[in-house]
Design a binder for this molecule. Structure first.
Ligand code: NAD
Length: 435
């Protein structure tokens, strides 16, 4: 099949590479020349494990190409995927200007029948609007389908190649058959494609992210309660997660969720409800619990040092919103750094891959170190925000020897409080008893 992917970011690049790996001819288009130049030069503009090999293999075979010439990319393709960003607008609703702009370009450049597939996360009814935009500009037959993407950054290639399910929202038979054929190699072991109407497919994506975020905020709320009651959220988590009806995933207390999806998708879902006169009260609470939680570590650190961090040096471990990615959009570490700086601290941060992304926005307001121990040197406290593997079991003796004061704020509950207290550290977790 000849496929065009519009938007070569986290979703578009993974999808383009994945489809080309199954033998399709894929052209990935982007208006960002620096991204396309990098890709044509053999570089991957984002960090995603395994993506470099997938891209290199298929580009070398000539099945995967990159261009800024979107109309040229669209011409002759029967599947056109829209994978552009849908960032939050000022009122929380999804900004659809990139999607509509891409739809216009597609409409003018189509050369025959095509299914236009929305991979971006878009509010219910966006498919209808895309259809109207395209119909105005083309005489060709076409269909618009919703095919939301569920990949996780950090494990995106695996998720894309072995999806739990593929959701297709379409009523047009030719579109459904085309997408079935496209996804057949990904769902060979069992048919995991769910075909439904377009509106239900659009809503499914928001519903899934909202449920996952709800679990996180629920646990963070309980963690704060644990601190007041002297209970340990880690034990509570295990106790409740072992109930088969609940399951163990997405039950970790922490510094709040971030990233390019949950915060914006929740706000967009709340806004969608508002537009049709319905208040999504649970999601409103999930968002506000998360906003509060993102400030929680900072508050603990400031409280520990008596209300001011003047003259204090804090090491922040982990900048990306989760391990395995360089995505720092709405990352809790950035909220923490703002709080620390405002309270007078100097900050030394470390991360395996996200330093360049944070340096772009923070410049020299903080120091950056690739080594965790270098960032902890002369620190009055270490705050672990993102649990990259190397932070999970550091050499605590070495850590203590480089720090000015042995104080640890474990934002992910990955360290053992008993062990660390015995080793002379002051330890704060999230929801672990009174500390
Ligand atoms: P991104 O910001 O990484 O990439 C979007 C790309 O689209 C950018 O490179 C941008 O330059 C390009 N673009 C914008 N307008 C364009 C146009 N008119 N023509 C060509 N290119 C254009 O975004 P992302 O993280 O890949 O997310 C894309 C969509 O997928 C969003 O709606 C997001 O919510 C959704 N999504 C993201 C993830 C994720 O983990 N990142 C997962 C599932 C769904």
């Amino acid at each position: 099949m000849k496929i065009c992917v519009i938007g070569t970011g986290y979703v578009g690049l993974v999808a383009g590479a994945g489809f080309s790996d199954m033998g399709n001819d894929v052209v990935c288009c982007d208006v960002d020349k620096s991204k396309i130049d990098a890709l044509n030069g053999g570089e991957i503009p984002i960090y995603e494990p395994g993506l470099d090999k997938l891209v290199a293999r298929n580009a070398a075979e000539g099945r995967l190409t990159f261009t800024t010439d979107v109309p040229k990319g669209v011409a002759g393709c029967e599947v056109i995927l829209l994978a552009v960003g849908t960032p939050p607008g000022k009122d929380g609703s999804a900004d659809l200007s990139f999607i509509f702009q891409a739809a216009e370009t597609v409409a003018s450049a189509m050369t025959g029948w095509a299914v236009i597939v929305t991979k971006s996360t878009v509010p219910v009814g966006t498919g209808d609007k895309i259809e109207a935009i395209v119909r105005k500009k083309t005489t060709h037959e076409f269909a618009v389908a919703s095919n939301p993407e569920f990949l996780k950054e950090g494990d995106a290639v695996n998720d894309f190649m072995k999806p739990d399910r593929v959701i297709v929202g379409a009523e047009d038979k030719r579109a459904i058959d085309t997408l079935r054929a496209l996804y057949a190699p990904f769902t060979r072991t069992s048919d995991r494609m769910l075909v439904m109407d377009r509106r239900s497919a659009e809503l499914t994506k928001y519903a899934a992210n909202s449920m996952l975020a709800t679990r996180i905020s629920f646990m963070n709320d309980l963690a704060n309660l644990c601190e007041l009651l002297g209970a340990d959220i880690e034990l509570v988590r295990r106790g409740m997660g072992s109930d088969a009806r609940i399951g163990p995933k997405f039950l970790f207390a922490g510094p709040g969720f971030g990233g390019s999806c949950f915060p914006k998708d929740l706000r967009a879902a709340v806004s969608t409800g508002r537009e049709v006169g319905y208040k999504l009260e649970i999601l409103d609470a999930v968002v506000s619990v998360n906003e509060r939680q993102k400030r929680r570590m900072g508050e603990k650190i400031i409280a520990h040092f008596g209300g001011s961090l003047k003259g204090k040096r804090i090491a922040v471990w982990g900048l990306a919103f989760k391990p395995g990615t360089d995505d720092v959009r709405e990352a809790p570490a950035l909220t923490l750094i703002d709080q620390l700086l405002a309270a007078g601290a100097s900050v030394s941060a470390s991360d395996q891959v996200a330093i360049p992304a944070v340096r772009k926005s923070l410049g020299d307001k903080i120091e950056f170190e690739t080594s965790a121990y270098a960032s902890a040197k002369d620190a009055d406290a270490v705050a672990l925000v993102t649990e990259w593997h190397e932070y999970r079991r550091p050499n605590f003796e070495r850590l203590k020897s480089v720090m000015r004061q042995p104080v640890l704020f474990d934002g992910r509950n990955v360290w053992n409080p008993t062990e660390l207290r015995a080793a002379g550290f002051t330890y704060y977790g999230m929801g672990r008893g009174t500390k």
